[in-house]
Write a protein that binds this ligand. Sequence first.
Ligand code: ADP
Ligand code: MG
Length: 188
Amino acid sequence: MPKTKGTSQKDKRDSGLRTVYLALGSNIPPRKYYMLESIKALHKWNPDRFRVSKCYVTRPYMGLDQAAYFNCCVSFQTGVSGIELLHTIKQIEDNLGRKREAVKWGVRSIDIDILFMGSDIIDIPDLTVPHYDVSNRDFFLMPMLDLDKTFVNPRTKMLLSEEIEKIPQNSRTYPKAIRTTKLCELNN
Ligand code: ADP
Ligand code: MG
């Protein structure tokens, strides 16, 4: 990946405040419980400018034979490094009883992924930001667009609204917004 002016291949300790975007997904019941508890834990940890997207029901990615997922995104303002953020989300996943299995894309009570940290670009062994597959996943991009319609992917320099249009049909998960007020109550 070519280096870009104004960005770094390394994680930053003193990044200054920027908006970070996380994706949450669950496909083990009770899905709503896992989503809400994760949102509450993240909000408790970093309430600054905390926002929650709509929640979507999505088909399993790449036609995997799994139950449907719940997906949403949250954003907040923070100065923490990527590694500190990764450590925190792993702790929240563990507290909610996530079992780590060898199977890639296996079923999970809760998966929390870092999509973006402002315009930071991080490529270190444990962490890739922007998320390596963000441009190919409508279940990331759709809730991201709820939070910021004008967001530009700092790696590809494309609007997320353009990226979502380019996803081929066979990798779409057809997110459908669910009618719930609860997931969004922390926006107020
Ligand atoms: P996946 O999300 O791909 O289903 P995991 O949640 O088990 O799988 O994550 C596997 C590893 O991916 C994590 O231990 C973490 O070190 C690494 N990782 C790399 N980039 C990211 C990112 N942007 N967000 C979350 N995890 C990441
Ligand atoms: Mg993950």
